[in-house]
Design a protein around this ligand. Structure first.
Ligand code: CP
Length: 313
């Protein structure tokens, strides 16, 4: 199945390895467009997309909007905090209103897992999940995989450690769904309170000691401590978390010499990642941001009809 035959992108769980590779391959010429002086191609002229974020975002929302603009789609953001959602308008009515305005595609983030799936079943617009609760953040995992493949030349068989708040992390789940399709060895590491027991069923190895988990790894993906989702204390204090799990230069000695350090952002410097690492030579955190635009351009291109024509670059 070609990816563009799907109506929606809701998660990496349901995507095949071939579909993931198709998206990553399509993102390569998109990255070339971003590097040009004139970053605009006419490919999606006449198409319209809307971003609706019921949770805060800097990277995902802005990069989707920019990706649409680079491809000449008309892009609009529905600012939830100043919209009629605040007057009590239901999700269903909000979505129908967007559909009736003629949008072709909606990018949605919501705190409740499964909300984009519900929306996708109830609209003719194509829907991209930009993060739903602790379930999935497929475009983040795709840009992470793009970054790994660009630097390592492959995805197959990589050893990847995912560090930190696994319990609340949709980024971790989407990375696991995606990377297991390439036979990667995935290790999750963090305090036991932040590692749900069912995660092992996804085919990952669980570690509680950071040094042991990093032994011989190709990639370290550091997760943000999501203080806003910690309704009960999952660890005694941020200082104690940092003592045990903050990634510092000495930890890299356990990993491969050319280990890549990723972080989805936003970072809590001094809690899950030290500034020496975040600003150091192994970190690809800034490059991930650029790759996020390229991957989102690829998705919009494939989902709004660009794949029917030659890429107009
Ligand atoms: N990584 C990520 O989703 O960042 P934002 O919350 O800023 O979109």
């Amino acid at each position: 199945m070609k990816f563009e035959q799907r109506k929606d992108l809701l998660g990496l769980k349901e995507l095949s390895r071939e579909e993931i590779l198709q998206i990553l391959d399509t993102a390569v010429p998109m990255k070339d467009i971003i590097k040009r002086d004139i970053k605009k191609v006419p490919t999606l002229r006449g198409k319209a997309m809307v971003t609706i974020f019921y949770e805060n975002s800097t990277r995902t929302r802005t990069s989707f909007e920019l990706a649409g603009k680079y491809l000449s789609a008309d892009t609009t953001n529905l600012a939830v905090s100043t919209s009629s959602v605040q007057k009590g308008e239901s999700l269903r009515d909000t979505i129908k209103t967007m559909e009736m305005m003629g949008f072709d595609l909606m990018v949605m983030r919501h705190s409740m897992s499964g909300t984009p799936h519900y929306v996708a079943r109830n609209t003719t617009m194509r829907v991209i999940n930009a993060g739903d609760g602790a379930n999935e953040h497929p475009t983040q995992a795709l840009l992470d995989m793009y970054t790994m493949r660009e630097h390592k030349g492959k995805l197959d068989g990589l050893k990847v450690a995912i560090v930190g708040d696994i319990r609340h992390s949709r980024v971790a789940r989407s990375n696991i769904w995606g990377l297991t399709k390439f036979g990667c060895e995935i290790r999750v590491v963090g305090p036991s309170t932040l590692i749900p027991p069912e995660i092992e069923k996804m085919g990952v190895k669980v570690y509680y000691d950071l040094d042991t988990a990093l032994d011989g790894v190709d990639v370290i993906n550091v997760l943000r401590i999501q203080r806003e989702r910690q309704e009960v204390g999952f660890f005694p204090s941020l200082d104690e978390y940092a003592d045990l799990y903050m990634l510092r230069p000495e930890h890299l000695l356990r990993a491969k010499d050319d280990v890549l350090v990723l972080h989805p952002g936003p970072m809590n410097r001094g809690i899950e990642i030290s500034s020496e690492i975040a600003d150091g030579s192994h970190a690809l955190i800034n490059e991930q941001v650029t790759n996020g635009v390229a991957v989102r351009m690829a998705l919009l291109f494939l989902m709004m009809g660009g794949a029917k024509d030659e890429i107009a670059i």
